[in-house]
Design a binder for this molecule. Sequence first.
Ligand SMILES: Cc1ncc(COP(=O)(O)O)c(C=O)c1O
Length: 420
Amino acid sequence: MDQRASMWNPFANMGDLAGRALPIVRGRGATVEDAEGRPYLDAIASLWYANIGHGREEIADAAARQMRELAAFQTFEYYTNPPAEALAERVAALAPMPGAKVFFTSGGGSDAIDTAGKLARAYWAAVGRPEKRIAIARTHAYHGMNAYGTSLGGIPANVAPFEPLVSLVEHVAWDDPAALAETIDRAGAERVAAFFCEPVVGAGGVYFPPEGYLEAAQRVCRERDVLFVADEVVSGFGRLGAWFGSERLGIEPDMMTVAKGLTSGYAPLGAVIAGPRVAEPFWTPGTAHVFRHGYTYSGHPTACAVGLANLDVIEREGLVDRVRDLEPGVDRALKGLADHPLVAEVRTGVGLIAAVEVTEEARTADPGLLPRLVRAVRDRGVITRGLRGAALQFSPPFVITEDEIDRVAEAFAGGLDAVA
Ligand SMILES: Cc1ncc(COP(=O)(O)O)c(C=O)c1O
């Protein structure tokens, strides 16, 4: 099918897409199907989000029920609705931040990041320290595509063409707490608002934090009174084998951003989960401080009803524990690829997330190698994608079976052989 007529795809070379577009028309569990009825194992849960798997009728029913009752209504100022209230309650109870408050965003993680960036500045202004405005993020970071998230991003190809966007943003090495301390000290802690950190770097290539890194980074922030924002858009709601990556990896953030797994993608929805410190100036009775921010679809009733139904499935089927149970199988299946001559490194360890990195030598010698590899894997019935032009992504739905994980590894191996 030639899709070039009108639809402009994200991150696509539209001049080159003719005859190459792949319409996906249905999905069940960890499998999706193209228009010709060809099945593919979805090794990346679409974009790290189809956690409960595709084709859940009960989620469709929950959405339809809510749409019949009240499809949508705003939540600005004093309006609220039962699914949004209930979902906020449930998410706050799950979050590893007692007394958390939940601010819903609409589109997804990018909106959540913008919201957290603005809320950090609003918080410091509210407590009488308006000069604390600098945000710090890390190399390899991906924080979405809105202006704040693009500015915080640490993948140069995504950032450079658009700069300058948000001012007062600094970057530090993703794995070095001393560099974080130095950067804060150089800027002056009295000017730094927040540090943004994915518990496990996702789109930047799947990098697990070095032993002790997150605790040290948190300590650096605490000692300097800088807010720690955990970007849990990928890691939230089970991907790391706990409800939140912060919980599994032992950090207590001041804010978390979430999206994807909040609804498993059945409806777009994100949130900032604000700890009590950040919420307090805005929630104190009689306060004059208002967070003047929000989206038309913040707290969208249908999206929130979908979120509730999604959490029901995760809880009823024990999918967070399932992720942990699958960890050894992921290790076993993918680590075998490390011996392949084209493979530099296989990164696995925590949760249902991994990357298989191709050697720099091979990529430099043949810049088209990774896209051809992704295509060769697809020809073997598995959907993956290239991360940062260097690695294959593995982040399947939580319902994937051990056999299916082995099939993914076989397709990766077959693809590597085919392009070698
Ligand atoms: C860590 C992280 N933050 C933010 C985002 C942006 O989310 P969205 O694409 O839903 O706006 C993503 C998307 O992949 C992400 O991985």
